[in-house]
Design a protein around this ligand. Structure first.
Ligand code: ADP
Ligand code: MG
Length: 499
């Protein structure tokens, strides 16, 4: 931990008091995250050039991004707005005054020779991200979130014996979100990253596209024997999918433990995960904050955010996912797990609420949205917005289960017909497929009498106390009704007749 960065918790040893996760070969795992979220502004953080992805090289960059002499940065208000929204979403302090600093280093895709970032006084300070992991509530504390500009890209393909430089990405607004080393397993780390992803996409400050690099996570990983001081960390860069994230961290944990068990030490380093080999590989030894010679950028005044701006933003923000999830638990009586799943995106939450309202059956609505509907959406790789079954249709279908018209199994057939477009109207499909449960007890009684008459041996065994024989009779009755009877009703009638 660097001495010069005061907003980072200087008492890392206090971490010793935090709950321990599952030990790996007797070692405790410690993970902290740094995430770069690309902000959804139309233009760059300090220039008017567009932030569009995939344009012809060097067509989306201005004099400021090219670092032409005399070109001066001007702060983009939209980027600040998004930083405030993030701070409020994670219960952080929004600094009234924060400062931009120059982070000096040389790289061909950084023509100024420094990156404009925030160092000693970031715009967002503290805060926390909460989520459930296997039914247990977890809190990961944030150290800070600061605004900074992205660098350009070096292009190596299409060039022989040289590299190309594309400055389209230079000056793209980023929010770097830094956690305390609070995570205790790869599963917890991935759950944190998913929750953070959910928050930034939910409030709309980031599109969350990991493939395009809009949401880039670096995982700092170390291991120690319980009770020992924090071990030396290695930082895994650019984990661009949640699956790789878990693989990379698990590999890194095993690698570090092996080093220590072999009597070697772990050197602080930056490593890259190679999805092809499933291994992490050292890229460079880690530089210290001092190497960057940070100092306040004289081209930019301090960033001043009035209380009114913060309060106006707070008033205009929509319900946050964790607040909505708590409401689902309270108002609909759903388990925490369901509430978390249903608030994975605004669209899923809205769909669920429409089904719950239409059917008056929130738990059934939850089961169908998380079950049958998700399954179909996943297999066809569709977003819920493109669902072939509308919330109105699903609500009607669920009403037909709860009022006893159809069984759960029959409902799946109706869902199928709705999904494939075979039919549009739930009641018409039930009618056409003859799926109505037999609710007329007179009709059912007649069938049961026939079943009893035809299975005299089973009847005798039931009377002798054999429950298996009872099941056989229920089975026979269901078969005779072609599955249209309500099994509970069949059971009841049988008991009455045999009892
Ligand atoms: P740097 O200045 O090198 O970026 P920071 O102090 O900002 O370092 O920490 C970067 C990240 O590493 C933070 O998310 C922090 O929680 C995490 N971290 C710090 N020490 C450890 C450690 N011993 N093990 C795991 N993660 C750590
Ligand atoms: Mg850092």
């Amino acid at each position: 931990m660097s001495q010069t960065q005061p907003t980072v918790n200087p008492f890392a040893e206090m971490q010793a008091g935090r709950p321990t996760g599952p030990l790996v070969q007797g070692y405790e795992v410690i993970i902290g995250f740094e995430t770069h979220a690309q902000l959804t502004t139309q233009s760059k953080i300090f220039s008017r050039a567009p932030t569009s992805f995939g344009a012809e090289p060097n067509t989306a960059a201005s004099a400021v991004d090219f670092a032409l002499p005399g070109a001066l940065p001007v702060m983009n208000r939209g980027a600040v707005q998004r930083a405030i929204e993030f701070g409020l979403a994670v219960d952080a302090h929004i600094a009234e005054v924060s400062v931009f600093a120059r982070k000096n280093y040389f790289y061909p895709d950084l023509p100024k020779g420094y990156q404009i970032s925030q160092f000693e006084i970031p715009v967002v300070q503290g805060g926390k991200v909460e989520f459930f992991l296997e039914g247990e509530k977890k809190t990961v504390r944030l150290v800070r979130a600061h605004l900074e500009e992205d660098a350009g890209k070096s292009l190596h393909e299409d060039f022989i014996g040289m590299s190309g430089i594309d400055l389209n990405r230079a000056g793209t607004p980023l929010l770097e979100i830094v956690t305390e080393p609070d995570m205790r397993s790869s599963a917890e780390a991935v759950a944190y990253a998913r929750e953070l992803h959910k928050i930034v996409t939910w409030i709309g400050i980031c599109d969350g596209n990991m493939q395009e690099g809009s949401f880039r996570c670096d995982a700092n990983v170390s291991v120690r024997k319980p009770g020992q001081p924090l071990g030396t960390r290695r930082e895994i860069k650019n984990l661009n999918s949640f699956r790789f994230m878990q693989q990379a961290i698990d590999y890194e944990i095993r690698w570090q433990i092996e080093q220590i068990e072999d009597g070697k030490s772990v050197q602080q380093a930056t490593v890259l995960f190679d999805p092809d080999t499933g291994e992490t590989r050292a890229m460079r030894t880690k530089e210290d904050a001092a190497d960057y010679r940070y100092f306040p950028d004289p081209d930019l005044p301090p960033l001043v955010i009035g209380r009114e701006w913060v309060e106006k933003t707070r008033a205009e923000m929509s319900e946050l996912p964790r607040v909505m999830a708590a409401r689902f638990v309270k108002d609909y009586g759903l388990p925490d797990y369901d509430a978390g799943q249903l608030t994975q995106s605004k669209a899923v939450a809205a769909y669920f609420e429409a089904v719950a309202a239409g059917s008056q059956q929130p738990k059934l609505a939850s089961n169908w949205v998380m079950g049958e509907l998700s399954r179909r959406l996943n297999t066809e790789e569709k977003a819920i917005e493109a669902s072939a079954v509308s919330s109105t249709q699903l609500a009607r279908l669920i009403s037909r289960i709860s009022d006893g018209t159809i069984s759960n199994n029959a409902a799946k057939q109706v869902f199928d017909a709705l999904w494939t477009g075979e039919g549009q109207d739930v009641d018409a499909i039930i009618e056409a497929k003859g799926l109505k449960q037999m609710n007329n007890s007179g009709e059912l009684e007649k069938i049961i009498d026939e079943v009893l008459a035809a299975n005299a041996k089973n009847v005798e065994e039931v009377r002798a106390g054999n429950t298996k024989a009872m099941n056989a009779l229920v089975g026979q009755a269901m078969k005779a009704t072609k599955g249209k009877a309500n099994p509970a009703q069949v059971n009841e009638l049988l008991k009455k007749k045999l009892g």
